[in-house]
Design a protein around this ligand. Structure first.
Ligand code: NOJ
Ligand code: CA
Length: 691
C-alpha cells in the first residue's frame, strides 16, 4: 500500500513537472500528456517518473479506474524499453468514421476516438518506441510500435510490462489461464481482490455504482496472446505466453504489439454494445468477400458427443454417405444452408489423442464417405457441406497438407471449415524455428506466437480458396474478423459439448456469464438448439436450460454460423418451437443490449439485416425472474406481431425443461414486454411488422 501511495504521488508530481516544462529530459516542450475521449468523460494520462519510466492511468467522470500503471517491454538482451526514456514527440489526432461490416451483429460501426502517439527514446541505448493510445467514449486501446531504426532491428521480447492497477475492489468474472483445457472452463465470480493468479481475457470487473470494465486485447497478429498475471491486491500485468525458448515474442522492426484494451460502460449491458475491439482492428484485407456466407447449419456431431455414433470407422461410424444424405435432406427441407460432417476423414481410429494427432489426413475420406457424390447431392438441394479439420493439436501435420486440404474442400463446394485442436494439454508440437534442432520437436502454447501465426496461416490459406473458418480450441478472438472476414466464428470457451457425455455440464449461470465475458471478444460457435432435454443422462451433464432457453441462445450468443445442434429426429416432436430456429437470422443490422446482470440474466434484441423483423432473446440463470423491457427499439409508428416462445408456467430446467408455450401479441414501440422466465429458462421473440 505504502509503495502505491508513493507511486501515485510521484506520478502526480511528474505530470505537473512535465506540464510546467520542469523536466530537462523531456526533449519536446509539453503542456499536457493527457488525452480525453470525444465526450470528455474518459481521460488517459501518460507520465514519466523520476527514473524516466513510463506510466499511464485512466479516469472516467473524474473517478480513477486505473491508477498509474507501468508501460514498456523488457528485451531478451536485458534492456527495458519504457524505462529511462525521453519523449521525442507527441501527436494528438481525432478520428470519426463509420464503416460497414460485410456481416455481423450490427451493420454500421462508428469509430470515434482521439489518439495520442508518444514517440520515446531510451536515454542509454537510443532505441525508439511509440506508445499509441486511442480513447473512445466507451474504451481505451494502448499499443506499442517499434519503428524502423538502427538501434533496434531484431526484437526478442522477454516480458511485457503493461500493468492494470485497478483503483478499487469490485466484482470480477474470470477463467484461469495456462490450464490444460484451454479456455473451456466455467467462469468464477469473486471479488477482484480474490481473482486468480493467472487469467484469460476478456476479464470483466464491475464496481459499485459503476463503471463496468473488461480487459482484453485487439488485433492479435504475429505476437503472443496476453493473459493477466496478478502483481498486487488489485493489480495485474500482461503475461505473454512464452515460446519454448522462454522468449515471449520474436519480431523485427518495424513491428507493433496488439492493442491492450479496456472496455468501459456504466452498466453491464453497455459492454455488449461495444465495438472498440473491432475498431482497433485493421479494415478488411480480403476485398470482395461475398463468398463468405453467414448461415445456419446442422451436423453429424451431437450423435458422437452422445456416443451414439463414432468419429472413427466401424459399425457406428457417423460420417457415412447414407447418414450424410439424410442430414442433407433435413437441411434442405428446413432451410439450413450447411451440413457439418465430423469424422469424414481418416485418422480417428485408435488413440488419436495419445498419438498426438499424427494420424489425421486432411485429404483422405473414409471409404464409407463418398465426398464427391455427397457434394453433388448437397449442391442439387441448395445445401453446402461444412468441412472439418480436427488436427489433434498437431500443427506441423496439418500445415503439411493445409493447401491441398482447402483445395479439396473448395472442389466440393464447401464454403466453411471447422478446425479443431483437441489434445491433452495446451502445448502443441513445432518442428522448426527458434531453438529447434533439425529432426527435433519443441512444444508451444496454444496462445503463444507460434500458434497465433499458425491460425493466421490457416485463415489466409483458407481465404485463397474462398473458405471461411470456425476455430475450435484455438486462440481467443481479438476482432480479426474485421481484417479477415472469413474468420467467422470460433469456440474459445466452454460450449454446449460439455452438456453431453463429456460433462460436467455448464450450469445455468454459464450463459448470462458468457454474454458479459467471452462474448465481448467476438462470435462464438456455442452450438445451441438442443431440444432433447429430458434424457441427456445424469443431472450433472444435463443441458442446463429449458427449451425456450435454448431458443434464446440464437439471439443472445451471436455467431454468423449458428448450429441447430440436436439430432434431426429430436426436432419433429417440437416443430412449432423449431420454427423459431428456422426463422431466426444470423446476420443483423442492429443489436441492442436491453438489460442484464453479469452471471444472472441478459436480454438482447437484434434486427434482421435483410428484413424489418426484430428478434429478442432473454436468458436467466437458475433463478426464475420476470423480464420486463421497453420495446422502444422497434420502429416508431409500426405495429408488430410479436411471437413469443416462452417458458410454460411450470417449466424448470431440472424438472420440466420442455414445457413451453407459443403466444402472439400485437405490440408497438410504446409498449413494454413483461414475461416470466423459469429457473434456467429463457424467452425468444420474433417481431414482424403487421402492416
Ligand atoms: C472439440 C470440438 O469443440 C467439438 O465440437 C468437436 O466435435 C470435437 N473437438 C472433435 O473434433
Ligand atoms: Ca472444444
Amino acid at each position: 500500500m505504502k509503495n502505491k501511495t508513493a507511486l501515485n504521488r510521484m506520478f502526480i508530481l511528474i505530470v505537473v513537472a512535465i506540464a510546467s516544462g520542469f523536466l530537462s529530459s523531456v526533449a519536446v516542450a509539453q503542456s499536457s500528456i493527457e488525452v480525453t475521449s470525444p465526450d470528455a468523460r474518459s481521460k488517459v494520462a501518460v507520465g514519466i517518473d523520476a527514473d524516466g519510466a513510463l506510466f499511464y492511468s485512466i479516469e472516467r467522470s473524474g473517478q480513477s479506474i486505473i491508477k498509474p500503471s507501468r508501460l514498456g517491454i523488457v528485451l531478451a538482451s536485458g534492456d527495458t524499453l519504457g524505462a529511462a526514456v525521453r519523449v521525442l514527440e507527441r501527436k494528438t489526432t481525432d478520428h470519426d468514421e463509420t464503416w460497414t461490416q460485410p456481416w455481423g451483429e450490427i451493420a454500421q460501426i462508428r469509430d470515434h476516438h482521439r489518439q495520442l502517439k508518444l514517440s520515446i527514446e531510451q536515454i542509454d541505448g537510443g532505441q525508439r518506441m511509440d506508445i499509441v493510445i486511442r480513447v473512445f467514449n466507451n474504451g481505451v486501446g494502448i499499443r506499442y510500435e517499434w519503428p524502423e531504426q538502427s538501434a533496434l532491428k531484431a526484437i526478442a521480447i522477454a516480458d511485457e510490462l503493461t500493468e492494470f492497477r485497478f483503483a478499487r475492489d469490485g466484482a470480477a468474472w474470470w477463467i484461469r489461464a495456462y490450464e490444460w483445457d484451454r479456455y473451456e472452463y466455467l467462469y468464477e465470480a469473486t471479488p477482484l481482490s480474490r481473482a486468480g493468479a493467472l487469467l484469460h481475457t476478456p476479464f470483466t470487473a464491475e464496481f459499485k455504482d459503476g463503471p463496468v470494465v473488461a480487459i482484453h486485447e485487439a488485433a492479435l497478429v504475429d505476437y503472443a496472446g496476453m493473459s493477466l498475471k496478478r502483481t498486487g491486491p488489485l493489480a495485474y500485468k500482461a503475461d505473454l505466453a512464452p515460446w519454448s525458448t522462454g522468449v515471449r515474442v520474436y519480431a523485427e522492426a518495424p513491428a507493433r504489439s496488439p492493442w491492450r484494451v479496456l472496455l468501459i460502460g456504466d452498466h453491464p449491458a453497455d459492454l455488449i454494445e461495444n465495438y472498440v475491439v473491432l475498431n482497433l482492428n485493421e479494415p478488411n484485407r480480403l476485398g470482395d468477400v461475398s463468398w463468405v456466407e453467414p448461415g445456419k447449419y446442422i451436423g453429424i456431431w451431437w450423435a458422437m458427443h452422445l456416443t451414439k455414433w463414432t468419429w472413427g470407422s466401424g459399425p457406428n461410424h457417423g460420417a457415412t454417405t447414407e447418414h450424410t444424405r439424410k442430414y442433407i435432406d433435413f437441411a434442405a427441407e428446413h432451410g439450413f444452408s450447411g451440413v457439418l460432417v465430423e469424422g469424414w476423414n481418416v485418422g480417428w481410429d485408435g488413440d488419436w489423442l495419445s498419438s498426438g494427432g499424427k494420424s489425421f489426413s486432411f485429404v483422405t475420406p473414409y471409404p464409407d464417405y463418398n465426398f464427391e457424390e455427397l457434394a453433388e447431392y448437397a449442391r442439387q438441394r441448395g445445401v453446402r457441406l461444412i468441412g472439418h479439420h480436427e488436427t489433434g493439436g498437431n500443427p506441423p501435420n496439418y500445415e503439411a497438407e493445409m493447401d491441398s486440404a482447402f483445395a479439396l474442400m473448395a472442389a466440393h463446394h464447401v464454403r466453411s471449415v471447422k478446425t479443431g485442436y483437441v489434445q491433452w494439454g495446451t502445448n502443441f508440437p513445432r518442428v522448426d524455428g527458434p531453438g529447434v534442432a533439425p529432426g527435433d520437436t519443441a512444444r508451444e502454447w496454444n496462445y503463444g506466437q507460434y500458434m497465433v501465426d499458425h491460425y493466421q496461416k490457416t485463415v489466409e490459406t483458407a481465404a485463397r480458396h474462398q473458405i471461411a473458418i470456425n476455430i475450435h480450441e484455438g486462440v481467443k478472438d481479438t476482432g480479426l474478423r474485421r481484417t479477415y472476414p472469413n474468420l467467422m466464428t470460433r469456440e474459445a470457451a466452454r460450449g454446449q459439448e460439455y452438456n453431453s457425455t463429456l460433462g460436467p455440464g455448464n450450469g445455468p449461470d454459464h450463459i448470462p456469464t458468457l454474454a458479459f465475458t467471452r462474448m465481448l471478444a467476438g462470435p462464438m460457435d456455442f452450438t445451441p438448439g438442443i431440444f432433447d432435454l429430458d434424457n441427456s443422462g445424469p443431472l450433472a451433464n444435463k443441458v442446463p436450460t429449458t427449451l425456450a432457453g435454448q431458443l434464446a441462445l440464437y439471439v443472445v450468443l451471436y455467431s454468423p454460423l449458428q448450429m441447430a445442434a440436436d439430432l434431426p429426429e429430436n426436432y419433429p416432436p417440437y416443430m412449432d418451437a423449431f420454427q423459431f430456429i428456422k426463422d431466426v437470422p444470423v446476420d443483423w443490422s442492429e443489436t441492442k443490449a436491453l438489460e442484464g446482470q453479469i452471471g444472472d440474466f441478459v436480454t438482447i434484441a437484434r434486427k434482421d439485416r435483410h428484413s424489418e423483423d426484430w428478434y429478442l432473446g432473454a436468458k436467466t440463470d437458475g433463478a426464475a425472474r420476470v423480464m420486463d423491457v421497453a420495446l422502444d427499439f422497434l420502429s416508431q409508428g409500426n405495429r408488430y406481431t410479436a411471437t413469443l416462445y416462452r417458458d410454460a408456467q411450470n417449466a424448470d430446467w431440472q424438472t420440466n425443461p420442455t414445457a413451453y408455450q407459443i403466444e402472439t401479441r400485437n405490440v408497438t414501440s410504446a409498449d413494454r414486454l413483461r414475461v416470466p422466465l423459469a429457473p434456467g429458462g429463457g424467452l425468444a421473440v420474433r417481431f414482424t411488422p403487421s402492416e
